[in-house]
Design a protein around this ligand. Structure first.
Ligand code: ADP
Ligand code: 5GP
Length: 218
């Protein structure tokens, strides 16, 4: 009774082109596992989209403020995408780890590899791809929140993310899982299965907490 396994926190990093489904899966995971997963809200200098909630989707700040906070060392990592700056707050990482919650991140491939380098045992990377480029275009247009020029920039970023994905094939410390986001519910089942399986991985469990389950009293 009351016995619990304990282990280090897991950093689940969702990567993939804009429109591949990262936010959709993050939202579903947080809704299903609110007690064990929390979302790491990044900071960005890009303007908020109509459907985005400041403080939840991102912390939206000016470029000057971003640079000042970066120079104070507030970001664990940061990158520039499409002319905008994006960064992961150190405090998010620390809070998540202190609270014993596993964390969910939605960052680009360079940020994901940075996590892998610094927290190799804790980081799990899932690369999400749409079933085809046509589907990606349809989904992005359906979301209806980015203009044509912006879409073109995002497609060229998608190309370089795919190149990075392919170049990482067979590289330890690269991408752990590839998810093809066809039908939403069955793809979500695949994502949640990975989260559940990784949470049970023996190598991350604290040995003393495992010992509690290994008593034989006859
Ligand atoms: P990202 O966060 O990677 O930019 P989103 O989660 O916002 O992508 O998804 C982009 C759009 O595609 C959203 O409107 C979302 O509802 C839709 N979408 C996501 N997955 C699917 C799917 N399997 N089938 C159809 N539409 C999807
Ligand atoms: P978007 O503008 O579409 O929300 O994001 C553009 C890209 O920036 C996406 O690939 C997204 O995952 C990435 N991104 C968002 N936040 C961060 C972050 O904190 N760090 C890094 N490295 N990339 C981020």
């Amino acid at each position: 009774m009351g016995r619990k396994l304990s282990r280090q926190g897991i950093l689940f990093v969702l990567v993939g082109p804009t429109g591949s489904g990262k936010s959709t899966f993050c939202e579903r995971l947080i809704a299903e596992f609110p007690d064990v997963l929390s979302y790491s809200t990044s900071v960005t200098t890009r303007p908020a989209r109509a459907n985005e909630v400041p403080g939840k989707s991102y912390h939206f700040i000016s470029r000057d403020e971003f640079i000042a906070r970066r120079d104070r060392g507030e970001f664990f990592e940061w990158e520039e995408n499409h002319g905008n700056l994006y960064g992961t707050l150190r405090s998010n990482l620390e809070n998540g780890i202190t609270m014993g919650k596993d964390l969910l991140f939605q960052i680009d491939i360079r940020g994901a590899l940075n996590f892998k380098r610094n927290f190799s045992e804790n980081t799990v990377t899932l690369f999400i791809v749409p079933p085809s480029f046509e589907d990606l275009q349809k989904r992005l247009r359906g979301r209806g929140t980015v203009d044509q020029g912006e879409l073109q920039r995002r497609f060229s970023t998608a190309r370089s993310e795919y190149e990075a994905l392919l170049s990482l094939h067979g590289t330890p410390g690269g991408v752990d899982y590839l998810i093809v986001n066809r039908e939403l519910d069955s793809t979500y089942d695949e994502v949640r299965a990975i989260v559940i399986a990784e949470r049970a991985r023996y190598s991350r469990l604290d040995k003393d907490s495992v010992r509690q389950f290994c008593e034989v009293t006859i």
